[in-house]
Ligand binder design. Structure first.
Ligand code: G1P
Ligand code: ZN
Length: 542
C-alpha cells in the first residue's frame, strides 16, 4: 500500500564533504532519515523502473535505515533494489556494484571513519550512475529540497529478509540481496597479479591487515586469506561490529596505534595496513616506516605499471589541493597531466570519466583509480602488495629510493577538533581578510610568497568551486594550508596542512615534526591558532 506521509522540513540537512552526517539520535528523530532520502529522490529525474544500489558499513542504525530506504525506493518507483547481504557494502564495493549493474545510483549508509554506536555518528550519501559521490549541483538541489519538503512516499510492507541472498519483492520493486564481497573480489583479481602475490606469501612474506571491526573484515578475509593464501589471522579485527568495538575506525597513527607500534617493533611483519569504517581509506606501514598517504600516492603512481591492470601506464594523476606535491613530480617524470582538486572524492569523478586521470589521492588516507569512482582502501593495499611482489624489496628501501630520485615532501596535518564554531569561522574569516597583505611578510623566519583562497575550475564541466582552503606559500616552496572540515558532527574541526620539500637526500632522515617545526610556528603566527582556539596543541597529528 502506497503511503504519502506528511512531514516538516529540518533545517540542517546540508550534505557535507561526503554526504549527510549526524549523530544517531538526530537521525532517529521521526521522519529525519525519510526526509533526506525523499529529498534525494525528489532531486533526481528519470529513475522510474531503474535500479538503486543500497548498502552500508554495518554501523549502528544501518539495518533500520536500509529497510526504510528499500520501502521508499519502491514507493518512489524504482524497479529494482540491489542490496548487500546483511545491509553491508563497503563504499568502493557499492561504487563497483552501481557500475557493474548499470544502476541509476546508490544510497550508501556510512559515516566513514567516524565512531559508531547509539550516541555516535551515522550518515547517508547518494552516489550517481558513474558510481561516484553526487556532484555539488545534486547535493545543492537535495539541500534546497530538504528545506521545503512536505511529504514522503513509502509503503506499508514487512521488512525485507536482509540476510538471505536471493530475490524478493517489495510493492512493485524487485529486491536482490547480493553477496557484498564477490563482485568486488573479482574486480581486484582482474587488476592485480594474484599469482605473484600468492607466491610472495608462500615464500614467507608476513603482513597484518587491521579491519578495525569495520566493513573491510569480510573483504580482507576473502581476498587476502582465501584468494591470496595469506595465513589465517592476517586480517585482524575482521568481524564488523555496530560500534566498531568502541573505537574510531580511522586508520591513522592515533587510532591504529597498536598496528603502528607492531610495525615499529623488532618483530614487525613485512607489511602493515588498515582501512576505515566503510573501507575507502587506507593506512600503509612498512617494517619500521610509516608511508604518508601523500607519499603513498606518489609511490603507487610511479610503480602502478607493475600491476597488470595498469601496465599500459597512467593517463594522468589527480590529488586534492592539501595533498603534498610528491605525486606532481611523478606526473612530470611520466609526462602525464596532474590535476589539483578541492578536498573530497566527488571532484575526481569528472576527471576519471573523461579519461584524464587514472590514479587519484588525498592526504587523508584516500587513494583510488578509475576502476571505481570512490577511494578504495583494499585496492591501495593490493596495489602495494603487487608492487612488493614485483620488486621483492622491503617497503622502506622502496620509499627511500623514491625520495632519493624525486626529493622528499615532508608532510603533516594538524587537526584541532571540536573547536567552537564561532572561533573557527572567525579564524578563517580573518585569514581571508588578510590574504592581500601576507605576501612579503615574515613568520618564524619564513617569507610569504603568495597567499590565496583555493578555487577550482573543473576542466570537464566548467563548474567553479570557491572557498576550498587558504593556501600560504613561502619562498622556497614550503606551504601551509588552512581549512575547516566538512565531515564533523560537533563543533568545528580546523585542519592545518603543512608541507616542506627537501631535494637533498642527506636531509631525508629528519623526524617529520622536527623537519617542519618552523612551518608549524609560522602557521600559528599567521592564524593565531592557540590564541583563538584556546588549544596549545592539535588533537590529532597525522
Ligand atoms: C575528510 C578528508 C577528505 C575526505 C573526506 C571523506 O573531509 O579531509 O580528504 O575526502 O574526509 O573521507 P573533511 O573532514 O576534511 O571535510
Ligand atoms: Zn571512509
Amino acid at each position: 500500500m502506497l503511503k504519502t506521509v506528511a512531514t516538516k522540513p529540518f533545517s540542517d540537512q546540508k550534505p557535507g564533504t561526503s554526504g549527510l552526517r549526524k549523530k544517531v539520535p538526530v537521525f532517529q528523530q521521526p521522519n529525519y532519515a525519510e526526509n533526506f532520502i525523499q529529498s534525494v529522490f525528489d532531486s533526481l529525474e528519470g529513475f522510474a523502473g531503474k535500479a538503486l544500489v543500497i548498502g552500508g558499513d554495518g554501523r549502528f542504525y544501518n539495518r533500520e535505515v536500509i529497510q526504510t530506504a528499500i520501502r521508499m525506493a519502491a514507493a518512489n518507483g524504482f524497479g529494482r533494489a540491489i542490496v548487500g547481504q546483511g545491509g553491508i557494502l563497503s563504499t568502493p564495493a557499492a561504487s563497483h556494484v552501481i557500475r557493474k549493474f548499470k544502476a541509476f545510483g546508490g544510497l550508501i549508509l556510512s559515516a566513514s571513519h567516524n565512531p559508531g554506536g547509539p550516541h555516535e555518528d551515522f550518515g547517508i550519501k547518494y552516489n550517481i550512475g558513474n558510481g561516484g559521490p553526487a556532484p555539488e549541483k545534486v547535493t545543492e538541489a537535495v539541500f534546497a529540497r530538504s528545506k521545503v519538503i512536505d511529504r514522503y512516499l513509502t509503503l506499508d510492507t514487512p521488512d525485507v529478509a536482509l540476510d538471505i541472498i536471493g530475490t524478493q519483492t517489495v510493492g512493485g520493486m524487485t529486491v536482490e540481496v547480493i553477496d557484498p564481497v564477490s563482485d568486488y573480489a573479482a574486480l581486484m583479481e582482474s587488476l592485480f597479479d594474484f599469482p605473484a602475490i600468492r607466491a610472495m606469501f608462500k615464500d614467507g612474506f608476513r603482513m597484518v591487515f587491521d579491519a578495525m571491526h569495520a566493513v573491510t573484515g569480510p573483504y580482507a578475509k576473502e581476498i587476502l586469506e582465501n584468494r591470496l593464501g595469506a595465513p589465517a589471522g592476517t586480517a585482524r579485527n575482521a568481524t564488523p561490529l555496530p560500534d566498531f568495538g568502541g573505537h574510531h575506525p580511522d586508520p591513522n597513527l592515533v587510532h591504529a596505534k597498536e598496528l603502528y607500534d607492531l610495525m615499529m617493533s623488532a618483530d614487525a611483519p613485512d607489511f602493515g595496513a588498515a582501512s576505515d569504517g566503510d573501507g575507502d581509506r587506507n593506512l600503509i606501514i612498512g617494517k619500521g616506516i610509516f608511508v604518508t598517504p601523500s607519499d603513498s600516492l606518489a609511490l603507487l603512481a610511479a610503480n602502478a605499471h607493475l600491476a597488470p591492470g595498469y601496465k599500459a601506464g597512467l593517463k594522468g594523476i589527480a590529488r586534492s589541493m592539501p595533498t603534498s606535491a610528491a605525486a606532481d613530480r611523478v606526473a612530470e617524470k611520466l609526462g602525464v597531466g596532474m590535476y589539483e582538486t578541492p578536498t573530497g572524492w566527488k571532484f575526481f569523478g569528472n576527471l576519471l570519466d573523461a579519461g584524464m586521470a587514472t590514479i587519484c589521492g588525498e592526504e587523508s588516507a584516500g587513494t583510488g583509480s578509475d576502476h571505481v569512482r570512490e577511494k578504495d582502501g583494499l585496492w591501495a593495499v593490493l596495489l602495494w602488495l603487487n608492487v612488493l611482489a614485483a620488486r621483492r624489496q622491503p617497503v622502506k628501501d622502496i620509499v627511500v629510493a623514491h625520495w632519493r630520485e624525486f626529493g622528499r615532501n615532508y608532510y603533516t596535518r594538524h587537526d584541532y577538533e571540536e573547536v567552537e564554531s564561532e572561533a573557527a569561522n572567525g579564524l578563517m574569516a580573518d585569514l581571508r581578510g588578510k590574504l592581500g597583505v601576507l605576501p612579503g611578510l615574515k613568520f618564524a623566519g619564513l617569507v610569504v610568497e603568495t597567499a590565496d583562497d583555493f578555487a577550482y575550475h573543473d576542466p570537464v564541466d566548467g563548474s567553479v568551486s570557491r572557498n576550498q582552503g587558504i593556501r600560504v606559500l613561502f619562498q622556497g616552496g614550503s606551504r601551509v594550508v588552512f581549512r575547516l572540515s566538512g565531515t564533523g558532527t560537533s563543533g568545528a574541526t580546523l585542519r592545518v596542512y603543512i608541507e616542506r620539500y627537501e631535494p637533498d637526500a642527506a636531509q631525508h632522515g629528519i623526524e617529520t615534526q622536527e623537519a617542519v617545526a618552523d612551518l608549524i610556528r609560522a602557521a600559528d603566527e599567521i592564524a593565531g591558532i592557540a590564541q583563538r582556539t584556546g588549544r596549545d596543541r592539535p588533537s590529532v597529528i597525522t
